[in-house]
Design a protein. Sequence first.
Length: 367
Amino acid sequence: MMSLQIPEAGVVEQHVHLGGAVPIHRLYEAAVDRGIRLPVQSYHEFASLLHRRRDNSGTLERYLEIYEVAERIQSGPQAVRESVLIALNGAARTGGSLAVDLEGEATTPDKQQLPIRALELRFNPMKRNGNGIWDLDRVMLAACSAVNEIRTAYKGNLKAGLMVCLGRDLPFEENLILAKKVARWAEEGLPVVGLDLAGPESSNSLKDPARLEEMAELYRLAGPKVGRTVHCGETRAIDIETFINTVKTLEPERIGHPLTAVRAYCENEDSSGLKLMAERGITAELCMLSNLLTGAVQSIESYRTILNAFDQFGIRYTFSTDAPSLQKSTLAGEIGSLLQSQAVRPDQIEQSFETAAQTTFLHRLVH
């Protein structure tokens, strides 16, 4: 791929959501098979509804609207297990290809430009327990059994771990249950490697100190065995003061889409967010296409400015797809687009591969 030096061990992808990692036709088949009521009448309407494009996204809130549909279809132990298997197999099979077809399969399956050999897959079990119908432990055990099955099937050539997402849009009590269970799951040696906070930033920006302290309590309860990341600064709902307070309070090792820090520097010459990330050695998780679809980044060329800002302050970053199946994208394809647009240099991409391998939470797995 444009003379990139690809790591011999393959590439680590850090930021992928289960709700966006199962091909649309597989979600439809599962819904029909299980008799799940859908908001549309035909497969073609369903495919058009779930496929994330600029004309049906534009904001983070609109981008996330259809996740409720995917989460409903993926609810229950068996559905979660199947979804994790499909997502991990898909990453290994198609993630290294430059493009996928309408069914989510690699257009050139014999040419893996960027082989993915390790993946952190994140999801919210609370949003897949059918409003309490299914036991959370059974849901997570099903996901973990899929991870272990993949490890065995790929004979160690595909490493995987699960990350649990707390929900900005969930009540504190439900997030509290999740945080306590994360600590226990990790203590029991399940392949649960990280904790995240996800959801519409406008629903709970954590600007309120009381809400932020509640979230800090949840991160503490999750315990020391899991890595910490947080979605923070993807949209302008998070101002620079809130960004800084969130980082200082939650103490994440990585941040998903920390664009507020870049905006503050480029628009207002306020480097406080970037300096804080640099001082604490926090890694930025970047997702090129999803940021374009949500309007968080206005053009692919903007990544030149974003990466230059991170480089200036010595902040490390990685690239992931976020929701490859709903975007019909691959990591190889997204990185190829960045290189073709000359928004990034090859050495920046190569450094991101190294950073992903160094900062993955998969190192926390108990073998």
